[in-house]
Design a binder for this molecule. Sequence first.
Ligand code: SF4
Length: 407
Amino acid sequence: MLDWFSRNARDLPWRHTRDPYAIWVSEIMLQQTQVKTVIPYWKRWMQELPTVKAAADASPDKIHKLWEGLGYYTRVRNLQKAARQIMEKHDGKFPDNFDDVVALPGIGRYTGGAICSIAFNQPTPILDGNIIRVLTRVFGIAKNPREKKTNAQLWRLAEELVTHASANNSRTRTRTKDEDEERSACSHFNQSLMELGALICTPRNPQCPVCPVKKLCVAFRENRAAELPNLGRRTATTARHFIAFVIERNGRFLVRQRPAGVVNAHLWEFPNVEIGARLSEPQHARLQNIAEKITATDSTRTRCGSGDPRSKSVADVAAQLFGSSPTSINHLCTVKHSITRYRITLEAFRVQLGGRSSTTPKNFGTRRVCPSETGVWLTLARLRDLAFTAAHKKILTHLKHNGRHLR
Ligand code: SF4
């Protein structure tokens, strides 16, 4: 594995450093996110916030903007909390003790193991989806790895392997293939497992003929790679529908900031309402009924003019939300995206409100704690500086491209 890794490791920017802070940032970004997506984000982050202190001192707007588009924003908030703890409890020096590392917010057993092995070459195991796939196949483990007992067995295996890599490396210690290699056995072994899972032992069509461990692999020998790992039945997906309103007044757009304690907290979005959500407030219940009519009709049309049955429904929702009937409605775009088990469809409408009452949404069922959560009017240039949720960022991009045409 070490030989294979030295010949096949991808040249990733965080592999050029032993700085635990840089490795930590990469590991947090890589959770739930592909390597090619993470690279530009990591580079930008390290350029803007190159030290633990810089991350601890950065404003919430800054860290959210740097993370914008990566999703799962709790990660970045925890990263900053952890950076502040490192400043307070460890004098700004990233701890090199596994127990201290996993005591930091947002760092679990996997991330702690990755940081300690990669940055400090300690024999700390790691186990994620890629490594579970490799280990269940190599060792022919047919039980569901999500079950507690099997999961514990896999962690033990991962620990034995990285410990063995470390011991083996000391025994075969030479002054040839550089001393760096001998100081990197744990780091390189864990990364070789990650790399094998990402490049060779892929979920579908693993490249067994070129795999460095094929002679040891039970799944290869017994032609069982397609059935391992045995993850049981997948969780059913749930469809969710939202409508969003893009409202402009005197060159400014109405946007709001999501409050603390909800998904995508602190990020910005256009006013929107979920269709079919369980909401307690009677006004919301009425809105849902009206809004359901919107998606009950064909959403593929690009405009929602007077002849479109949706325009009446959108107008009714807008009037309820903003206390003013729209003078025009245009369908701006449909955004589809997935978060965990949710398949989300977001219909965005560009709405011109009549009268003088186009102020802020009356009621979105959320607690109001500051004006930015109720809604504020900002220029397009200012919106570019704010961190939007992924779906609403797409609306913003669409707006920038089509704004002139629709005005
Ligand atoms: Fe995966 Fe095939 Fe290698 Fe086994 S031989 S570890 S199934 S790629």
